[in-house]
Write a new protein. Structure first.
Length: 347
């Protein structure tokens, strides 16, 4: 069998629709800030993409500000806000907040001050989905958008951050969605692009790819992709559980993204599991792609009450539109064999 990619939460394969839109955008010559015909053509691509994303995001009437990433979107949203968050947030959010919101054993977050709180919609490592309070300052919708139904105008937040490469778009383009009238100070100043909130010549090619990918992801969701992918996750977890009864499935009692499974193999370091499975032909991760290369256990799992030792033995398997049952069963079989070898060597 060819290599099997099971790390869709880190990044997704580029969709054909996104590639086609980007190829077409490469032929548009003008700078979108120029007033001549060529410039207006480039600007037109951006504004059409913005309208398409408004529809896909359920954000009609809101402002969509294009950024280089969801990380930049978080910085734009949270600089100077004195915001609060929990330990399960992505580092892009935690870096700007006071980390004092409580988290229960299922990874669910609570707050008594939503107007100054940042709460992710879905966790990148565990897949746990939150019920967002009305009036929330910011939600990180990066992992949710394109995987489950989402409407910004109904989620209760003043702002939301999203990223193209999590749903089949190109890397290097993200957006901050902002309720109209929300105060926001520009962090990158200059020519006044993006409604004066994010200066710099726009990434026309990336923006075109982002919108095309979002439309394709929306069609998949409407066509029942969530149900099909959730079925594969259930097959994976059932097979793993039958293979090794000591396996701990994280967030198993909470509502989770249909594509995400995080589990702990007691005693077997997650980093080692990633390397062993990579050699066996499977791409998985030991946590968020932005932090899994660092020698530390998952902050999200520790916030949920898992010990340092347990958190260090966790891996994440995240699947996507092209994943098939054969690949899931092949991974589960290979993982079970390797864990059995580990246990035999280590008593």
């Amino acid at each position: 069998m060819a290599r099997v990619y099971l790390d869709w939460n880190a990044t997704t394969p580029l969709r054909d629709e996104a590639r086609g839109a980007m190829m077409s955008a490469m032929d548009v010559l003008g700078n979108p800030s120029s007033v001549h015909s060529e410039g207006r053509a480039a600007k037109g691509l951006i504004e059409q993409a913005r309208k398409d994303l408004e529809v896909c995001l359920g954000a009609e009437g809101a402002d969509i500000i294009f950024t280089s990433s969801a990380t930049e979107a978080a910085a734009l949203a949270l600089t100077g806000q004195d915001a609060r968050c929990s330990g399960v947030e992505h580092d892009a959010v935690r870096s700007w907040c006071v980390e004092d919101l409580p988290v229960d054993s299922n990874g669910l977050i609570s707050t008594d001050a939503p107007g100054i709180s940042a709460i992710q919609l879905a966790n990148s490592e565990t897949g746990v989905i939150q019920k967002l309070p009305e009036g929330l300052l910011l939600t990180d919708a990066t992992q949710a958008f394109g995987k489950i139904p989402f409407a910004f105008n109904w989620c209760g937040a003043q702002m939301a951050m999203v990223s193209a490469h999590k749903l089949g778009g190109p890397k290097g383009i993200g957006a901050l969605v902002v309720k109209r009238g929300t105060d926001l100070a520009a962090q990158i100043k200059g020519g006044g692009q993006e409604m004066g909130r994010r200066s710099g010549t726009e990434n026309v090619i990336g923006i075109a790819g982002f919108a095309a990918a979002a439309k394709a992801a929306q069609r998949e969701i409407e066509g029942g992709s969530c149900e099909r992918i959730a079925k594969l996750r259930k097959i994976l977890e059932k097979t793993i559980a039958e293979s090794e009864k000591s396996t701990i499935f994280v967030g198993n009692d909470a509502n989770r993204l249909p594509n995400t499974s995080c589990f702990i193999a007691p005693g077997w370091k997650g980093a080692t599991q990633v390397m062993v499975m990579d050699l066996a032909g499977f791409a998985i991760s030991a946590g968020s792609a932005c932090s899994s290369g660092k020698v530390k256990s998952s902050a999200a799992l520790r916030a949920m009450g898992f010990s340092e030792t347990e958190a260090a033995c966790a891996i994440r398997v995240s699947i996507g539109a092209s994943t098939c049952e054969e690949e899931i069963l092949a991974f589960a079989d290979a993982w079970g064999r390797e864990y059995a070898k580990f246990r035999a060597r280590n008593g």
